[in-house]
Write a protein that binds this ligand. Structure first.
Ligand SMILES: CSC[C@H]1O[C@@H](n2cnc3c(O)ncnc32)[C@H](O)[C@@H]1O
Ligand SMILES: [Zn+2]
Length: 436
């Protein structure tokens, strides 16, 4: 049993941050919490870990990424989505190897832990390698093998991708830190039959479907030209729009489509920095939240962002809405943090996560307030969303186990992951040079 305390605790379950409070952790869960003095006297045998001048907050949730794309970080920048994907990313992904995906995921997990992320949603190829990395590192994930109509370097033809998805769903059913979802890439890379087959699997296994949706104006125009409907209505006509669906981006939406997503209880992963960098636009997040849609925050892949810093992503999410609307009250810090914690957790199928309250799993992170840019602290929530950076996170706990302690990752060798990804980047450079 451990008592964990700090000057401030942002629990997510209380209106205001708690001062001089403590959390009791036992068997991976929060057994109790309250005023520090009271807790210490009631649990005299517990080990006390006092973070002092720090903020404890719920582990952050990255609601959409392609973690292993760390290996392609900076490979192609300043391009629109379709050019980026079709001319640069899809061609190099044809050469993808399992070990690239494994080491890319390990490096990504190191980076995510360093910004306080304890749960992430992942869609990629060779996803069993991401699973291996998740198992070894102690983080949580909701993930699945990416599906599209063209052959994959992993499974080949689509039918094998669907079979692999079913295998993963069976193999990881009941896993304490991994949930598997069905991941058709997008309506422009998956035919109506593929989307229907994906939905049938998700229904059969009672799990989520994750897809890119209405990311750009070009996507909307393409789907309209092909199917006579915009992407949300196209998916609705195929029976995909329901509470199982987690859509990434949702940038180019009409008011009618926002109402439709709300009515069907679709979840959204908002990826502000990737949308800005690819020039896709700004998602109508305040309108989605007002309509009652569950919206989490995602980084998207590290090749389109180009980092996995969810603290920075919360700040970007809050700032762009203010700039866009000339209204500084839009998307306040509290809403950005809710999106990056409890709403994200719900969207990824873990409604018990994202808040530090009695009986919830002990998934938390800590930032130390000693740095100049975090001084003074009038409001810990303001510090976390508007002033902090990924590097300020000192400690991370998942399911009651410390994965990062005092700035050091405990469960794996971060230096080895960096070295391996550097070697992979040399291989990729040689490969690209040979194509020119
Ligand atoms: C089928 S595995 C995932 C697939 O998605 C590609 N991808 C990465 N970022 C984006 C994005 O912003 N929109 C659409 N697709 C994206 C990734 O390269 C993989 O091929
Ligand atoms: Zn994506």
């Amino acid at each position: 049993m451990q008592i964990i305390c700090a000057q401030y605790i942002i629990s997510g379950g209380h209106e205001i941050p708690l001062i001089d409070s403590a959390i009791v952790v036992e068997n991976g869960k929060i057994l109790d919490m309250g005023a520090k003095d009271d807790i210490v006297s009631r649990y005299p045998l517990a080990e006390i870990i006092d973070f002092g001048d720090s903020i404890i907050f719920p582990g952050l949730v990255n609601a959409h990424t392609h973690a292993s794309m760390t290996i392609f970080r900076g490979l192609a920048d300043d391009l629109p989505l379709m050019t980026w994907l079709e001319n640069y990313i899809f061609p190099v992904e044809r050469h993808l190897k399992p070990e690239w995906v494994y080491w890319g995921a390990k490096l990504a997990i190191a980076e995510m832990l360093r910004s306080g992320i304890t749960l992430f949603a992942d869609m990629y190829l060779f996803e069993e390698e991401v699973i291996k990395a998740v198992e070894e590192t102690g983080i949580r994930a909701t993930l699945g093998e990416g599906l599209f109509d063209f052959p994959s370097p992993n499974y080949g033809p689509l039918e094998k991708g669907l079979a692999l998805t079913e295998k993963l769903l069976k193999d990881y059913a009941g896993h304490p830190r991994i949930k598997v979802m069905v991941c058709p890439h997008a309506a422009y890379t998956c035919s109506p039959d593929t989307l229907k087959a994906a939905a049938a699997i998700a229904e059969r296994y009672d799990t989520l479907i994750h897809i890119h949706l209405s990311e750009t104006k070009d996507e909307v125009a393409l789907i309209k030209a092909r199917y006579g409907q915009t992407p949300p209505f196209h998916l609705d006509s195929l029976g995909l729009l329901n509470e199982r669906l987690l859509v990434a981006h949702a940038v180019q939406l009409t008011d009618e489509e926002i109402e439709l997503l709300a009515k069907r209880q679709v979840k959204v992963a908002h990826c502000p920095e990737s949308n800005l960098k690819l020039g896709s636009g700004v998602a109508p997040v305040p309108a989605l939240l007002e309509a009652g849609v569950c919206v989490g925050i995602g980084t998207d892949g590290p090749a389109s962002n180009n980092d996995l810093d969810l603290i920075g992503e919360m700040r970007s999410a809050a700032l762009i809405q203010k700039g866009l609307t000339f209204d500084p009250t839009k998307l306040p810090a509290k809403d950005a943090l809710n999106m990056a914690t409890s709403l994200g957790a719900k969207a990824l199928g873990w409604p018990e996560l994202g808040r530090l309250v009695k009986d919830s799993p002990a998934d938390l992170a800590v930032i130390k307030l000693s740095s100049s840019h975090l001084t003074p602290c009038y409001d810990p929530l303001s510090i976390l969303v508007y002033s902090a950076r990924a590097g300020d996170v000192t400690d991370v706990m998942v399911a009651g186990e410390f994965i990062m302690r005092d700035g050091r990752i405990l469960t794996f060798d971060e230096e080895e992951a960096k070295k391996k990804v550097f070697e992979i980047s040399q291989e990729i450079k040689t490969l690209l040079a040979g194509q020119n």
